[in-house]
Design a protein around this ligand. Structure first.
Ligand SMILES: Nc1ncnc2c1ncn2[C@@H]1O[C@H](COP(=O)(O)OP(=O)(O)O)[C@@H](O)[C@H]1O
Ligand SMILES: [Mg+2]
Length: 330
């Protein structure tokens, strides 16, 4: 019988990322296979764990790499996250852990934790009250600032609205209906940048920033790769790297794609020293981060760095949870 470690790559689509990951695991003699979370089952008659992972019979993988959690109904998404929680409860190292993924998927929880841990991030408000959100908007506009309304669970730069006084007549448009954002207002102070604007994406793996890029252009002020931004290599400035690592730690993530933006000059936020590039603010932290854009501007094999961190740090530090029912596979 083969004694190779077996890793499940959780994903609903196979492609470039899963190909790179499988290759990286193969290079370490690890058998990695893709599993769709939607195909996993909780089955209390399925001994010994009550958890059925396709391709693993009654056993479980030695570790799980979470590459993608497909969208769906509230029930479907909760169920898929539940499978990841269940794997952890069975003693399987899950990279990233479901609890940390949940914190990073919810932008309001991300903002809360960043602020709580003293990680520099723009002022942010989240509320179910449209009246509160309207007051925030008016107060910010009175101070000549704009805000960004974001979907709580958004990604790839979709559904973002920039609100505030229009440049032409100075009038303030009312807050749009919160229906489009699921009746929750997540408002973040807009960080004014020079044209053409850019932001940074830093990949943090195992407590270390390993690569950075600038995302330039895109859709107006939205610099996501998915919105057509161009990726340029960026040096791993120690301040940038340190803040990205702090942000990843604040959310308890093993690895993360951290989005940062240069803070505005002193005149517009009152606490900078004008050297915006030295004072990055964290916009969001991605716990299920893609790395294709970043890979195009770095020589480091990012899939290998991720696989190695999972095997050499996460799995190595891991003590298996003994089964009360005895070793069913011995
Ligand atoms: N507060 C902000 N100030 C300036 N630009 C922002 C702000 N928030 C978002 N952006 C721009 O929009 C992009 C997408 O926002 P982000 O919060 O990362 O959401 P998503 O999950 O959709 O990527 C950012 O990468 C940045 O270019
Ligand atoms: Mg982003």
């Amino acid at each position: 019988m083969s004694t190779a470690l077996r890793v499940a790559i959780m994903t609903d689509e196979t492609g470039w990322h899963t190909g790179r990951l499988k290759k990286a695991f193969r290079a370490r003699d690890v058998d990695a296979r893709c599993v769709d979370l939607a195909q996993c089952r909780i089955d209390t008659t399925w001994a010994p764990y009550g958890l059925a992972i396709p391709g693993f019979g009654h056993a479980l993988p030695d570790a799980v790499f979470v590459r993608g959690i497909a969208g769906g109904t509230f029930e479907q998404v909760m169920f898929r996250l539940g499978i990841l929680h269940a794997l952890r409860e069975c003693g399987v190292p899950v990279y990233n852990d479901a609890r940390a993924i949940e914190r990073s998927v919810d932008k309001s929880m991300t903002s809360f934790l960043l602020n709580l841990h003293g990680v520099p991030t723009p002022a942010t408000w989240a509320s179910e009250s449209a009246a509160f959100a309207q007051r925030v908007l008016m107060r910010e506009a009175a101070a000549n600032r704009r805000v960004v309304l974001k979907p709580l669970f958004g990604s790839q730069g979709k559904g973002l609205r920039r609100l505030g006084a229009s440049r032409r007549d100075g009038s303030l448009a009312p807050l749009p209906s919160l229906r489009a954002t699921g009746q929750v207002a997540y408002l973040q102070r807009y960080v004014e940048t020079e044209r053409p604007g850019f932001d940074w994406r830093v990949l943090v793996i195992g407590g270390r920033a390993v690569a950075a890029m600038r995302r330039v252009g895109g859709k107006g002020w939205i610099h996501n790769f998915a919105q057509g931004a161009t990726c340029e290599p960026a040096p791993l400035d120690p301040v940038l790297a340190d803040i990205a690592v702090q942000a990843t730690r604040a959310l308890g993530l093993d690895y993360a794609g951290v989005d940062l933006i240069p803070s505005p000059p002193a005149s517009s936020n009152g606490d900078g020293d004008g050297d915006g590039e030295k004072h990055p603010l964290v916009l969001e932290v991605n716990g299920v981060a893609a790395w294709r854009g970043l890979q195009s501007v770095t020589d480091l094999d990012l899939a290998a760095a991720l696989a190695n961190d999972l095997l050499d740090r996460k799995l190595a530090a891991h003590a298996p949870v003994p089964l009360k029912t005895g070793d069913a596979f011995g």
